[in-house]
Design a protein around this ligand. Sequence first.
Ligand SMILES: Cc1ncc(COP(=O)(O)O)c(C=O)c1O
Length: 310
Amino acid sequence: MSLFQSLVLPAPCQSRDRPYELTLYRGDLEHPRAPGNKWHKLQYHLQAASQQEARVIATWGGPFSNHLHAFAATLCTQPFSAVAVVRGELQPKLTPTLHDLVDQNVELWPSSRADYRLGEEAEVVQKINAMYRSVYWIPEGGGGRLGAQGCQDWAQQIHQQNPHFDAWVVSSGTGTTAAGLLAYEQAPDLQVFSALKGEPSQRNAILTVAQLLTPSPLKTLSDKLFFHHTAHQGGYAKHSEALRHFMIDFAKINPNATLDPVYTCKSMFAVMSAMRAGTWPYRRTLFIHTGGLQGWRGFSKSDNPFEGST
Ligand SMILES: Cc1ncc(COP(=O)(O)O)c(C=O)c1O
């Protein structure tokens, strides 16, 4: 089965002098346990944990985190115990995501938001390290150099299957995926849309991580990277009215291309808006689906225009 799916563009996105082609790379269908970018970001961390003979792997995430979800589903097939530091106090009724973690034997450690922000310096981390002797910590979101390295491999796999695109589009949270894709030398222009509000400095963070993975000069990387920090539609995991309308229309014409509610829906909205305005600078674009469909469980069913589609 090909993972390259042609998308139908609404009529206003097309005119005879601007024949856009938008293809969706179905990363969300690649790996049942860790779809989208998740397996790619985890794989080198798991190898490193084995090499260090860690017995426990721990990581961080919010109560609806796609990363935690994929971490749990992957770790339950591996010879490690799994620990998750969850942002904020645990509510008596767990989110569906955290429920799945518990079902997969992940030990949950709640953390106040203030402590959570301290990362490796957090009190909860010291407690976990004291309790278990050999803990391998995966950065939040599966990030870091090893996370990006897996995404650099992913870029090569995608490019080898189809090198004929003028640009790739990817959504960003930590910027790890974008850094890995950018570091692959044969990648075309990379258009990155951040799901976060107020993080323009992430562009530099992406470049910094990409530079760890490739001898390419900074200028070459920078010239290929187009980073957008205003596509968040009101903030992380928020939906503006315009985005809701867009998703309803998108789901009608592309019923087999379900987008996630936090990342890909916003990037797709931004790309199609630019096509509609005639300002999108490429003819053939590949949009890389980074997964995250489990995240819809954090929204009411009536907000999900893909409900019932595949
Ligand atoms: C579905 C989805 N897309 C995109 C991203 C952003 O990836 P990154 O944190 O590597 O920028 C995430 C977060 O991991 C995600 O869950």
